[in-house]
Ligand binder design. Sequence first.
Ligand SMILES: Cc1cc2nc3c(=O)[nH]c(=O)nc-3n(C[C@H](O)[C@H](O)[C@H](O)COP(=O)(O)OP(=O)(O)OC[C@H]3O[C@@H](n4cnc5c(N)ncnc54)[C@H](O)[C@@H]3O)c2cc1C
Length: 455
Amino acid sequence: MSTTPAVDAATLQTLANGFAGRVLQSSDHDYEGARRVHNGLIDRRPAVIAECVESADVAAAVRFATANGLEIAVRGGGHNVAGRSVCEGGLMIDLSQMREVAIDAEAGTASAQGGALWSDVNTAAGRHGLAVTGGLISTTGVGGYTLGGGLGWLMSTQGLSCDNLIGAQLVTAAGEVLDVTDETHPDLMWALRGGGGNFGVATVLRYRLRHQPMVVGGLIAHPIDAARDLLRFYRDAVDSCPDELSAFAGLVHAPDGSGMKLAAMLVFHTDLDRADAELAPFLEFGSPVVTQVQPMPYPVMNSLLDEGYPKGALNYWLSSFTTGMSDALIDTVIQRFETVPSPMSAILFEHFHGQVTRIDPTATAVPHRSKGWNLLLPSEWMDPADTVNNIAWTKETYAAVSEHLAPGRWLNYLGDDQEGEAIRAAYGPNYERLLAVKRQYDPGNVFHLNHNIVP
Ligand SMILES: Cc1cc2nc3c(=O)[nH]c(=O)nc-3n(C[C@H](O)[C@H](O)[C@H](O)COP(=O)(O)OP(=O)(O)OC[C@H]3O[C@@H](n4cnc5c(N)ncnc54)[C@H](O)[C@@H]3O)c2cc1C
């Protein structure tokens, strides 16, 4: 039986009047599906789900929630591991029906509705041979992802996703609809490029696109016994690689469900003429058990890892930038991976170089612009009985590598229990300016279910 407090029918009718989408409560058939987000660990029950289909619905939902004292959660793609897109009680503004993407091929721009997924943008832009930096997998929502910075395969040639954000339609805490650009609202536009969901609901996000029809990329996997040599090779190989070549590496499990541990590199090249020569050292290293590197349309590359991250799997992630990839850090992660409890979990090194690192740390809200690595521990499992063990392993692994970590944290990867210092480390030196923008546009902290900048 539901324990979610209902909002009385007469009050709810004031929202339903003129609302083009659907208003769901726990008694409605589609409520269960609508409240579920990517991370199966998150189990919250909003009192009301406002399933919006247009910006006017979002504005009406914001005004209704504030008038009735309901806490607001905003669901874009619902991918956030922290689960901040769904609230206990309160009102969930659900953008999952707002996934349209319009491409202006001549101008080289995309307009994506706030609930679109990267697969939606990739498909629409790919028809014109265009692309923009999106998530490493294609089921991530564009909304939370871009507002949180957005790292991905194309960042070494195009920068982060937020570096390519040229405008947004934003519903503010007052329920107004603003058209935000560098010209109309420079401070707010700056804050949207990495300041998270703190400033309003982005109902449309506009991106600059680049010509990128095809890429060369894929997986090179070695036996786990080769992990030390492979990670050392990888560290040295990416040190001088050109912008067009990106490579991430780590300790993973075979995708066939066998539980076999592997040491792997994921490589990516945006220039088909140079890819063979420049990827050769990666392909020729050691004795791989799997080599699946080939030319493919960018949208295909962007969906290669999707199956490894199914909706409803239980997720607990920790991550931080590192001070480098020393031999000692490599040895520690190899040792920790020996005891990893779940055959879905991994330890990943995400390399930052090229265009993403050429942007001034204060030019957008994302300060992380140094060359180097983000270390990600994306722990994932299916059985709730394994939760305690998996979270403990992730925390112990993070503690074991802590002496090798730099102060910066990647905002998009922060979990539900990472507040305070972790949020400061994510916004870094941009926190004070973000605070000033927050005070101007949301002084009452209406939008606080995010990695919150408390006004
Ligand atoms: C499997 C997996 C892979 C990932 N890969 C990457 C990656 O490659 N690179 C990376 O940077 N991150 C990655 N992430 C992290 C991901 O980018 C963040 O979780 C991001 O918040 C997801 O966006 P979303 O819209 O799906 O999230 P949601 O869960 O819907 O929302 C996350 C936060 O953003 C706010 N929000 C969402 N949409 C809007 C909107 N339209 N307007 C205002 N606020 C909004 C929400 O209120 C919430 O606070 C990954 C996460 C997972 C689970």
